[in-house]
Design a protein around this ligand. Structure first.
Ligand code: GLC
Length: 474
């Protein structure tokens, strides 16, 4: 079986109900994807776009019901596409019945979450303290994200068992696997106090064996595909996490690698210059060796085309011409979508991260206009807008479209042995955004020239100098 598996992420509210998603599968299938990963579709109060789950076995009514879900799975089946669900392990919603029982000190549930008599001085990812006081229980609870997202206590074997059952519940309903949310920060209670400011220090946590043990326990016995989302950290921490969790996961995202380019990532509010050279070097070092799942966008990042201010075709070439077995396309990326013109009024933003970022910036002394300028550029809500399907169909029919460029690249990535399996040999990296490299396989080599500034066409050539693909056909 080929190791090459292409993942396609869907942020469901940007498409509609499960039936709407099913209707779009024939079009999406033309990208030749192996899996669709659905961001959470479970019952949720929707404080954090579904990443605050109130019941892992129920589908949120906004998307439909179990019959609709089965329909989606059967449509995907027809196209040989597996459905990956998003497994949010680190925390639940505070609306989850486990939390309600834990608050009341129910003997079975009292240790399902991380409770403390005194808070630690940690900050949460979204800003503000990571511990909040719970009036009912009379103790502090940990929340690495929003205060409505209490962290589970994975040292409690009952919690592990709950998730083993949930995983089985879905795999027995035709689910092909899971994308595992915040996979590297599960065993929180081992964190040492004093990690300030913000969240620095969390990411060394991959080194502890507990997280790895927990993850292996969760996913053993199931024939499923698993891809991890390690949050925060640099390439090295992600690479180590990947190494340690090879048994638990088939793949692991590189998402934070965008940070190496100092891109505006979801949790950041600085608009920084891109250090191309640094970024390319990191990509070249870690990508081939560790076989990351290459991804340039998610529901947590602004659109890459806007961030890099470049031709979407150059980004596509970077993603599919570097070695990667499990790249991931975020819905709309294949159309070359840019950030939309978001509102100037913070009340119009659905995402908790945007609102908390705004509040923090205001507290730090920024004017309304300054704060909104930053939020508009870096908000996750940039990526969560409805897809324009009329545009999709137009691009489907246009041989020169970004969409068809992606399709060509995906075919090469899958079928051309030099691109599929060749080693990477870097020739040149510049701070202006030039990245030249070869892919080498058994005496054959292809050369790639990428130019993020678009001053020259980006090209892929074979060893006879013939152009296989270019951003600017003559
Ligand atoms: C992950 C998700 C993000 C969410 C967070 C908390 O990083 O990708 O959208 O807010 O976890 O679940």
């Amino acid at each position: 079986m080929s190791k090459h598996k292409l993942i396609y992420q869907i942020y469901p509210t940007a498409i509609g109900t499960l039936r709407d998603i099913a209707d779009k599968i024939p079009l999406i299938a033309k990208l030749d994807v192996d899996y669709i990963w659905l961001s959470p579709i479970f019952l949720s109060p929707w404080v954090d776009g579904g990443y605050d789950v109130a019941d892992y076995r129920k589908i949120d009514p906004r998307f439909g019901n179990m019959v609709d879900f089965r329909h989606l799975v059967s449509v995907c089946d027809k196209y040989n596409i597996g459905v990956l669900l998003d497994l949010v392990l680190n925390h639940t919603s505070s609306e989850h019945e486990w939390f309600k029982a834990s608050e009341k000190h129910d003997p079975w549930y009292k240790d399902y979450y991380v409770w403390r008599d005194k808070p630690l001085n940690w900050n949460s990812f979204f800003g503000g303290p990571a511990f909040d006081y719970d009036q009912i229980r009379g103790k502090y609870y940990l929340h690495l994200y929003d205060k409505t997202q209490p962290d589970l206590n994975f040292y409690n074997p009952r919690v592990v068992k709950e998730f083993k059952n949930i995983i089985h519940f879905w795999s027995s309903r035709g689910v092909a696997g899971f994308r595992v949310d915040s996979a590297n920060i599960l065993a929180d209670s081992a964190f040492k106090p004093g990690y300030l400011p913000r969240i620095a220090g969390f990411f060394n946590y991959y080194q502890t064996t507990q997280t790895v043990d927990i993850l292996e326990k969760l996913f053993s016995n199931e024939k499923i595909f698993t891809v991890a989302e390690p949050v925060g950290g640099d390439f090295m921490s992600k690479a180590k996490f990947r190494e340690l969790t090879r048994k638990a996961f088939d793949a692991s995202f590189n998402i934070g690698t965008l940070d190496a380019a100092d891109t505006i990532f979801s949790m950041k509010d600085k608009i920084q210059k891109i250090h191309y050279k640094h970024w390319f070097k990191k990509l070249a070092k870690w990508t081939p060796e560790k076989k990351f799942s290459m991804a340039l966008e998610t529901h947590d990042t602004p659109r890459a085309v806007s961030r890099f201010d470049t031709d979407p075709k150059v980004l596509a070439m970077l993603e599919f011409l570097l070695p990667s077995y499990n790249p991931c396309i975020y819905q709309g990326q294949e159309l070359g979508l840019k950030n939309p013109e978001l509102s100037d009024n913070i009340d119009d933003y659905p995402g908790v991260q945007s609102r908390q970022m705004y509040q923090r910036l205001r507290k730090e002394g920024k004017t309304k206009a300054q704060a909104m300028r930053i939020v508009k550029k870096s908000s996750r809500d940039n990526a969560r807008q409805p897809i324009d399907w009329a545009d999709y169909v137009l691009q489907d029919h246009n041989p020169d479209s970004v969409l068809n460029f992606y399709r060509k690249l995906i075919k090469l990535w899958r079928e051309d042995i030099v691109i599929a399996e060749g080693a990477l040999r870097v020739r040149k990296t510049t701070n202006k955004g030039v990245f030249d490299f070869d892919r080498v396989y058994k005496g054959k080599y292809y050369s790639v020239h990428l130019d993020f500034s678009c001053k020259t066409p980006s090209t892929l050539k074979n060893d006879l100098g013939q152009t296989i693909i270019t951003t600017r056909p003559s």
